[in-house]
Design a protein around this ligand. Structure first.
Ligand SMILES: [Ca+2]
Ligand SMILES: [Ca+2]
Length: 371
């Protein structure tokens, strides 16, 4: 009699909607775990709330709950579909039992361009590119990845000086590997790291030195292009950079992104259109960067690792940059790029990085990328 009263009391307190699942023995909680895969990025959320992945990729729900997972790709990525937990396709994933579900986000139509597993540097894919009169100690070669003895990576080392006849402005010293057929490339993704750097300025010159490893390209011309000249070309890129006046501690670099319109034939000077700081990286730290031009949306996607991408729209907010003409400078590359302060005094300012690159992807429709 006492036990009967307790059951009556419990069932009076509990919701009647829970009764069916209790009756068929499904009262155990269910745990949903989300794993993300693929070359792109995105977010998975749940209804009821509890998963926002992002950072929160698992949740326990009361037994009997129907959990609906929704995948949203970041700008510049596409959702390729679900696997696990009985889910597939690209629609919502509906679960009612404990499951681990993988959501795959990819870059749209991307393909490996070079992973440098075979040496030497493939002349059908790349050509060497150097700029500036003060480039020294330049080296460009495929080496064994020190952290992965079976893997090979591209090493680019470049030390550049500023001019010594002025205490004004900077000199560009660049040492790169340029894509053989850059015209149809609209997206470049690559892993890069800086193993060591030097970046020193000039006491008599307020302009600092900027030493960097970068992925970048000339994408279109905002006016009337003339072949071989960068005037009005729009460039975009992401770099691992160290400025000579950086407040950061030793061994710390900035991941810096940019979209700019060139104002001279060599694009030594340019007008900043957008981009900015994507956080820090230390020497020896691999960073994955993406530069993607979405011409139809008049914007660039700039991304570091799986962070939310930075979007630079150049035909909104009072800004209008025409994008119908091809660039005057047919160039897209990976490599080093140093703007070194000019200085009449000794010691001469120097920009230097010893950088590694690997796993270069480009958009799939950049055909023929390789002849
Ligand atoms: Ca959670
Ligand atoms: Ca490799």
């Amino acid at each position: 009699m006492k036990r009967f009263s307790l059951v009556v009391l419990l069932c009076w307190l509990c919701s009647w909607s829970l009764m069916p699942s209790i009756l068929v023995g499904q009262s155990l909680a269910i745990t949903v775990m989300v794993v993300k895969d693929g070359t792109g990025t995105g977010t998975v959320t749940s209804n009821p709330a509890g998963i926002n992945c992002g950072g929160d990729c698992n949740q326990q729900f009361p037994g009997g709950t129907t959990v609906t997972l929704t995948a949203t790709p970041s700008a510049g990525s596409v959702f390729a579909g679900w696997s696990g937990g009985g889910c597939s396709g690209t629609g919502a994933c509906v679960l009612s039992t404990t499951a681990t579900v993988t959501a795959t986000f990819n870059l749209p139509g991307s393909t490996t361009y070079d992973n440098f597993q075979l040496g030497p540097i493939n002349p059908n894919k790349w050509h060497g590119d150097q700029f500036g009169n003060e480039v020294y100690e330049a080296n460009r070669t495929i080496i064994l990845d020190p952290l992965n003895p079976s893997g090979r990576v591209l090493r680019i080392l470049n030390l550049a000086y500023g001019a010594n006849n002025s205490d004004f402005g900077q000199s560009l010293g660049a040492f790169r590997l340029a894509f053989k057929k850059p015209e149809t490339i609209t997206a470049i993704r690559a892993d890069m790291q800086v193993r060591s750097y030097k970046s020193t300025g000039c006491l008599g010159n307020p302009t600092p030195t900027t030493a960097s490893a970068q992925v970048f390209g000339f994408f279109f011309n905002a006016g009337t292009p003339s072949s071989g000249s960068a005037i009005d070309d729009v460039i975009a890129g992401v770099q691992l950079r160290r400025d000579s006046d950086s407040p950061d501690g030793p061994g710390v670099l900035r991941v810096h992104s940019f979209v700019a319109q060139c104002s001279d034939a060599d694009c030594v000077n340019s007008t900043f259109l957008g981009g900015g700081d994507l956080g820090t990286a230390t020497t020896g730290q691999w960073v994955t960067v993406l530069v993607r031009w979405e011409k139809g949306l008049h914007r660039f996607i700039l991304q570091r690792d799986t962070q939310t991408p930075l979007i630079v729209s150049y035909q909104s907010g009072g800004l209008f940059v025409a994008d119908t003409a091809g660039p005057g400078m047919k160039h897209k590359s990976i490599g080093s790029n140093h703007f070194v302060a000019n200085c009449t005094a000794a010691p001469r300012p120097v920009g230097n990085v010893d950088a590694l690159f690997d796993n270069v992807f480009i958009n799939l429709n950049a055909v023929p990328a390789v002849p």
